[in-house]
Design a protein around this ligand. Sequence first.
Ligand SMILES: C[S@@+](CC[C@H](N)C(=O)[O-])C[C@H]1O[C@@H](n2cnc3c(N)ncnc32)[C@H](O)[C@@H]1O
Length: 752
Amino acid sequence: MGKRRGNNKQNPFAKKKRDLREKESEPARREKPYDDIVRANESFETYYKHQNICKPEEWDEFMGKLRANLPVTFRITGSKSQARALLKIIKDTFFSEYYRAVAEFRENGEDVPEPQCLGWYPNEFAWQLDLSRKDIRRSEPLYKLHNFLIAETSSGNISRQEAVSMIPPLVLGVEPQHKVLDMCAAPGSKTAQLIEALHAGGENLPTGFVMANDIDNNRCYMLVHQAKRLSSPCCVVTNADSSNFPNLKLKTESGEMQTLKYDRILCDVPCSGDGTMRKNPDIWTKWNLQHACNLHGLQYRIVRRGAELLEVGGKLVYSTCSLNPIENEAVLHYLLTQTGDAMEIVDASHLLPSLKHNPGITYWEPATKDMKFYKTFDEVPQMYHTIIRPQMFPPAPEDVAKFNLEKCIRVMPHQQNTGGFFIALLEKKKPLPWETSEAETTKEADAKKQDDEEPARKKPRYRRGFKEDPFVFFDGQEDIFDSIKDFYKLNDAFEPKNLLTRCKEGKKKNIYFCSEILRHVITNNEERIKFINLGVKSFARCDNRNMECDFRLAQEGLPSVIGFLGPDRQLSIGRDDLVRLLSNNDPTRPPEISTLSEETQNSVQKLGPGSCVLKYDEDDLQLDIVGWRGTKSLRAYVDQHDTVHMLRLLGADVSKYEKNKFEAKKEAEAEKETNKDEADDDVTEDVTQAEENGEKAVVAEVKEESKDTEAVKEEAKEESKDAAAVTDEVKEESKDEDVKMESENDVKVESS
Ligand SMILES: C[S@@+](CC[C@H](N)C(=O)[O-])C[C@H]1O[C@@H](n2cnc3c(N)ncnc32)[C@H](O)[C@@H]1O
């Protein structure tokens, strides 16, 4: 029988699939500007009222808060040694500017609400302002606050993160020796917290690591960006499906290869996200129950794999930004029915003193889109059996006590003016039923047999996504290491094998440093999983005729290597001299040594030309900065974000870095007006001309602007610090390893 031709009847399933595919391939666009979205959804209310997720007397308050914009929150990056100094500046300077600016912004002279310290977050490091993201972005009186937040975020010293999203990593309790897996990590705000916790031990390099994984190759580069901001040599980014995360191998101390198990696992799974309606109001229009039901299976498979990868005695946090029990308690209930008494939900509320929350719920009723609720699976009509599954139902009343579901944490938006969130802390008490020693032994033996029979694959299994450059570790024989060791007087504790480059052949440009354990993880598993990134740039090529060594220090990696440097390339510097060095932004005219203080001049005299460390230690503030000693000059060798941050900590004037984007926009508009007077049809012509010139991107901007969708554009721009922008930037960087600032600086150095 041949193929039927000319049949106009379309298969409705195929059509639906095609439509969906087409829709997916369209760039994500917000359907309406946020201000036009009606913040109401009848099904949403019916469903959640029925599930009793909130006391009836609190319902109106709950809905009221859900409809309001979300206040801005941020936290100070705890692992940075300057965190305390930054907190002081925030309390003294930033908050005074906040009071002044908000009074001007509100115009009606009403009292400006105090910034709220989030009491459950340690060290007064997290704050909430009575302003929405939109207020901060679009109001001229607040531009200095906005600039401050952007600049300190870029230098990795604060994180603008939703309050509730800070909770899961806190509950997980990461310590420096832990092997940590973040299963669904992008864009990475929680990964950042995990890295900070890993480094909380101070100067010593942690013996553990954070493995940040995401299935989405593009989003993985957002993780690279996060890791770079924190300059950790103990973080690795991987790209895999967590529900099927591979067993990685690591040698034990006795030299035996074993499956790598993790001490801490974060399962912040993909979810319907209805707890984020305040931040993403378009969820009001899109919300439907099918979404949650569709995700339940994936969420279960991810957390189940997490439980398998967890070390006995280890802890796992399961979290979502969904309010739906189908994505929360139902997933965990199913896990617990499968894992018996091996996994247990444990109490975590004492870890979050003063956080108001509801307990997890122990009874719910799955429903269909048309709001028909079912008490048991037997009641569910056959046609819904693929949507509502038996495992979505709650425990029988007599079994409720077995599961501790009430120990889960539900944060409701009205309790402390946040988004909604669900968090559960689980402990692995013993091997899972299918990990019994007998089963394990057979599985291990099978795996070993397979390993023995099957030589390591030449080509890794993964294929999709951006092709990474290789990770080429030093073998301890490199000449360039000898010259680095000699010049910087690295002590013998420094292990050259922990250095790597990203090119097999040719001149090595940047040299990265990673922790010992991560080197072992990478070298033993490159065939098993796609590694995207690891290591911090610690030395960068700098072919300068005045330099004995071809590599200069890189600011990003300095905290990791400074403990190994001898005193010869370090000099102390006082405040005024350091401010002068940092404030100089004419690369052709760095400060002359002869114009610096006598103390600095004396220290510099002992130092030959080349890369060095400028050490500042006064008034409880320590700064280590990469510098360059020229024949006659001395300069600081840091990028603009770090420069502004350090100047701020030193109490220096940073006003020259303040940009008022509103002023700039007004000037641009005034200029446009003038041009308009000169030529009536300039816009059309400009656009046509630009189009002819192939300046498509510019045209899109101009067109977009003229649609007067400023609001949407602003939002989109801000948010697209996300995938596209960050991804391209980071990919570019990791590809040719040549950051713009670097090459600029190299030119500066050449000219010195
Ligand atoms: C809720 S977001 C994670 C947010 C992140 N933890 C944070 O704090 O920034 C869910 C992430 O899971 C990823 N994801 C979805 N399915 C996955 C899978 N099967 N394996 C790994 N990651 C997955 C998505 O790409 C998305 O980045």
